[in-house]
Design a protein around this ligand. Structure first.
Ligand SMILES: CC(C)(COP(=O)(O)OP(=O)(O)OC[C@H]1O[C@@H](n2cnc3c(N)ncnc32)[C@H](O)[C@@H]1OP(=O)(O)O)[C@@H](O)C(=O)NCCC(=O)NCCS
Length: 359
């Protein structure tokens, strides 16, 4: 496309960028995501924030604090003096292994309707990869794409492949935990109710947690999700580190997630999951996202048996915190036992994470 320039936003351009953002929020809401605000004052505040950040950027797309191994990238596409697209990238390390690439999370990519299909989206992603590459030599870029987004094929076309899946359980109500447990057939229900229980993880779970982390890492690597460290054989140092970590997390109140849970039966630990609450910030309508992640089960166990009590506990917490629905993230692909166990319990496809090594 001629006359196209991709660059950092400048002070005073916030007002011109915000309509794109608003369009994106309206689209996401139409595709079943959390509702955005229609309050003009919120968008004016957003424009001011973009301008404040632009002042700090001084023409550079990457904003980072000194010593930080990451940062926030903001790029706009300009053609004939008009802003026709934007993208953000959050660059951060998700692992500690030096072989693990740094993640660049692509957010709020949008191109003005009038110029879609003309190469602007491609140009924004290219430049985003180039800027992220100044932070670290190896970058894994990811974008979360809603199942209902009709533009999903764009990422495939750009060479991205699915590396993670999220399902949604909605709505959550006071009855949901009972429904989830009751959804099992008679034999399975007896198994769950008499033998399986969910409890908070504690320091003494360090060894089990290390084994389950390996299961989780293997699942991620099997689909080439390079955001996280490769699987490792648990060793004394890792078990010790996990025990210390769990000891600290154990002290958090039930009222202050994140909460690490263990699924246990008469024979011992069979699985894990972490429940987190994430605030929804403007321009979303304010509220809470309830998320259940880091799920890993004993490979000898059946997710159809192990998942319901974990889900029931998460649904109970989600309801207690006033969340409208529960997101089940970091899942394996459709067709796998874990994914299908969640589907059988009534969870619906919500999004997939598309990933690509960009350098
Ligand atoms: C998705 C979006 C950013 C793509 O930007 P764009 O400028 O239209 O895309 P480009 O013209 O650079 O397309 C790059 C490639 O993807 C292909 N492509 C773009 N949109 C596509 C679509 N909807 N279906 C299939 N292929 C598509 C193009 O044909 C092109 O392939 P080619 O090089 O082989 O011709 C834009 O359509 C958009 O703003 N959509 C609404 C918001 C949105 O969905 N954002 C992403 C949220 S995760």
């Amino acid at each position: 496309m001629t006359g196209l320039r991709v660059r950092a936003p400048q002070v005073g351009e916030g007002d011109k960028i915000v309509p794109l953002w608003r369009n994106l929020w309206d689209l996401h809401e139409a595709w079943g995501s959390y509702p955005g605000t229609q309050d003009a004052a919120v968008y004016r505040a957003l424009a001011r924030r973009i301008d404040d950040e632009s002042a700090l950027r001084r023409g550079f797309p990457l904003l980072r604090r000194s010593g930080e191994n990451g940062g926030h990238i903001h790029l706009i596409a300009e053609r004939d003096g008009e802003i026709v697209g934007q993208v953000e990238g959050w660059v951060e390390a998700n692992g500690v292994d030096p072989r693990t690439p740094i993640t660049c999370e692509i957010r709020s990519l949008i191109v003005a309707e009038t110029v879609r299909g003309g190469g602007v989206g491609h140009a924004l992603l290219e430049e985003l990869a180039a800027v992220a590459g100044t932070v670290a030599p190896r970058i894994f870029a990811v974008a979360e794409v809603l199942a209902e987004n009709p533009f999903r094929p764009f990422y495939r076309r750009e060479g991205y492949a699915p590396v993670g899946w999220t399902l949604r359980y909605a709505p959550v109500s006071a009855e949901t935990p009972e429904i989830l447990i009751g959804a099992r057939e008679e034999t399975a229900r007896r198994t769950i109710q008499t033998k399986l229980h969910v409890r908070r993880a504690r320091a003494s779970d360090g060894f089990s947690a290390a084994l389950l982390e390996t299961v989780l890492a293997m699942r991620r690597r099997a689909v080439r999700d390079l955001r996280f460290d490769p699987p490792r054989t648990p060793d004394a140092a890792q078990i010790d580190a996990l025990s210390t970590y769990l000891a600290a997390r154990e002290r958090l109140s039930e009222a202050a997630p994140p909460l690490d849970w263990i699924v246990e039966d008469a024979h011992g630990v069979r699985g894990q999951g972490t429940f987190a609450l994430l605030p929804l910030e403007a321009p979303f309508l304010t509220g809470q996202r309830a998320v259940l992640g880091r799920i890993a089960f004993d490979p000898a166990g059946d997710p159809a048996i192990l998942l319901p009590p974990l889900l029931a506990r998460a649904a109970e917490r989600a309801h207690a915190f006033g969340a409208k629905w529960l997101e089940l993230c970091d899942f394996s692909a459709p067709g796998t036992p874990l994914y299908e166990a969640a589907r059988a319990l009534g969870a619906t496809p919500w999004s997939s994470v598309m990933g690509k090594r960009v350098c």
